[in-house]
Design a protein around this ligand. Structure first.
Ligand code: ASP
Ligand code: MG
Length: 420
């Protein structure tokens, strides 16, 4: 029998009607003879609302209590969905992360999954029932309730699929799949039929919000095929799987799979630092100690013994980084610290890059022709990223999308639901 894990995001279960639609789809999948395990997110903006409530009562809520609070969102979804399923004559049982034995480490609000027991899920499946699991949560090795970080239900779903050796993990969301660019920025964006794990990983790392980065890492490590699709249209979406899976990459596939952007980063610069050993070590060690996630780094050649060091980081980390930079500046005798939010990161991703030289050169030429200045550059074997002025983002995205033959030939016209 085929075992399918179906994950429904917050917008898919945002209100009772959508919940009932989801129930119908799950019941139908079961009726066709599949074993079905469902993972649900909290309804709509429920998690955001809980975070806001916490903020109103405390300036510094403890991780343990945050996790107690946030896990309630998914509990509401799982029980309601089971009620709707049972009404349709589809027997279903809900489980918390703790009940199904999703064992995590002890770091509250960003716990990592260590092991999945899954006995109760197997039991429920054995009785012909659909098992509905609360996403984004587990129980720590110290028996405390934990959460996996925002967007963590994707990870729950993929991890469950790996543990149960499911045939596929379907991730239902409010878009119809993974696109060659964000359709709100590039109307000519096209839905991609298939991506390799590596490409999806680079896309998620470069700012694509469709799948949580950790869920893709998990899928790659355990070889779980993912099918990203819409719970609004139910049409075929985008498959993400291993490179040699069914020889999916075709000769005529475009070299570039997508142009991804990220406007959630800020740039910080340490000005006029003496060009001598130990400065970068001190700076980035101090940032790492404070858990600041540094992305791109650029150091200029020195002029008269001093240089500038710039790097990008998530905007949410700027507050933490500021005092650290000021401190390092004092220690090494730098002349100042600046911060710039008005940037955008733009990345080309494509496995075809490995065998096609000149992609970076072409990218830079297209940007130059469009008068877009490049401030920083970084690359991997299948990704090239640049930082540009925020106001140049859209023109750059569209120009690159066209130049690398990604345009679909028609403007995207399906409704674009608001994303969380
Ligand atoms: N409800 C959680 C969040 O909003 C987890 C998830 O949706 O994946 O982050
Ligand atoms: Mg979500």
């Amino acid at each position: 029998m085929t075992l399918i894990v179906q994950k429904f995001g917050g917008t898919s279960v945002a209100d009772p009607d959508r919940m009932k639609n989801v129930a119908r789809h799950v019941a139908e999948t079961r009726r066709q003879g599949n074993d079905v395990v469902v993972v649900v997110s909290a309804m709509g903006k429920a998690t955001d609302n809980l975070v806001e409530l916490a903020r109103q009562v405390s300036s510094n809520p403890q991780g343990r209590e945050m996790d107690m609070l946030l896990t309630t969102g998914e509990r509401i979804s799982m029980s309601l969905l089971c009620m709707a399923l049972n009404d349709l004559g589809c027997e279903a049982m809900s489980f918390t992360g703790s009940q199904v034995g999703i064992i995590t480490d002890t770091s509250h609000t960003k716990a990592k999954i260590l092991e999945i027991k899954g006995d109760r899920v197997r039991e429920a499946l054995g009785q012909g029932k659909v098992a509905v699991i609360a996403g984004f949560q587990g129980v720590s090795t110290e028996r405390e309730v934990t959460t996996l970080g925002r967007g963590g239900s994707d990870t729950t779903a993929v991890a469950m699929a790996a543990a149960l050796k499911a045939d596929v993990c379907e991730i239902y969301t409010d878009v119809t799949g993974v696109f060659s660019a964000d359709p709100r920025m590039v109307p000519q964006a096209r839905k991609l039929g298939w991506l390799s794990f590596d490409e999806m990983l680079e896309m998620a790392g470069a700012g694509s919000k469709v799948l949580a980065l950790r869920s893709v890492e998990f899928a790659r490590n355990h070889d779980v095929p993912i099918h990203v699709r819409s719970s609004f249209t139910w049409e075929q979406g985008t498959w993400v799987s291993g490179e040699d899976n069914e020889g999916r990459r075709k000769m005529e596939d475009p070299i570039i799979s997508g142009v991804v952007h990220d406007v959630g980063e800020s740039k910080m610069t340490l000005l006029g630092v003496p060009d001598k050993p130990g400065v970068s070590a001190l700076l980035f060690e101090s940032l790492a100690k404070a858990n600041v996630n540094v992305d791109m780094i650029v150091q200029n050649t020195s002029i008269e013994g001093t240089t500038d060091i710039s790097f990008t980081l998530p905007m949410a980390d700027v507050k933490t980084a500021e005092p650290i930079l000021n401190d390092v500046a004092k220690k090494v005798g730098a002349s100042g610290v600046t911060q710039d939010d008005n940037i955008a990161k733009l990345s080309l991703v494509g496995a075809g890059m490995k065998s096609s030289p000149g992609i970076a050169a072409k990218m830079f030429r297209i940007l130059a022709e469009n008068q877009v200045n490049i401030e920083m550059i970084s690359t991997s074997t299948i990704r090239i990223s640049v930082v540009v002025r925020r106001e140049h983002l859209q023109i750059a995205l569209r120009a690159l999308h066209s130049a690398f033959n990604l345009d679909s030939g028609e403007d995207y016209s399906a409704p674009l639901p608001e994303r969380k």
